[in-house]
Write a protein that binds this ligand. Structure first.
Ligand code: IMP
Ligand code: MG
Length: 176
């Protein structure tokens, strides 16, 4: 495991995200919605830096393998508070191709919010496949597979307090 962003740098990035959110919304009520499961650590750290009246919820996007190459993304918003008329900030660990964020933004928009924005901790270089950009990304990183601070490899490593890059010895042979 090679450390890409140590605990202190991650903390600074989350602080910058909190400043962005505070400047954007001021004292207005906000609903922060974390994308499961990768955003849990970020969600917990970010909301404790925010001081406006806040609602918190989560949403999940699962991918089901269909006839096409790419598994179809299905959004589960059962654990999301009512967002009608609310300012909503979606939170995710990483913006990679952007398909997850696009799907969830469109779903939330269909629920009649006042506004929808998105913030991510990490943004990978040269991977974007959709015409949507996060409103805030704390770090732009190279195109490498990263884990920690919520990000997983086969559902492990989410608890690392830093962001690391997996090395060949850490990778499994079997298909996911
Ligand atoms: P996208 O839909 O391609 O933008 O993918 C976003 C999702 O893929 C994230 O929420 C992560 O769960 C996962 N993901 C993408 N890149 C990585 C990575 O380097 N490590 C761990 N998970 C990743
Ligand atoms: Mg995720």
């Amino acid at each position: 495991m090679r450390i890409l962003l140590d605990e202190e740098r991650v903390r600074q990035g989350v602080q910058q995200m909190a400043s962005f959110v505070t400047e954007r919304y001021g004292d207005q009520p906000l609903t922060v919605v974390g994308v499961m499961t990768g955003s849990v650590v970020l969600l917990a750290d970010l909301i404790r830096l925010l001081e406006m009246p806040l609602r918190v919820g989560v949403v999940q996007a699962s991918s089901y393998r269909g006839a096409m190459n790419r598994g179809e993304l299905v959004v589960n918003s059962e654990l999301m508070p009512d967002v009608a008329g609310r300012d909503v900030l979606l939170l995710d660990d990483i913006f990679d191709t952007g398909h997850t964020l696009l799907k969830i933004v469109n779903h939330v928009k269909s629920l009649g919010p006042r506004s929808v924005a998105a913030a991510v901790l990490l943004r990978k270089a040269e991977r974007q496949e959709v015409a949507i950009d996060p409103d805030f990304a704390a770090f732009h990183i190279p195109n490498e597979f990263v884990v920690g601070y919520g990000l997983d490899y086969h559902d492990e490593y989410r608890n690392l307090p830093y962001i690391g890059v997996l090395e060949p010895a850490d990778l499994r042979d079997e298909a996911p």
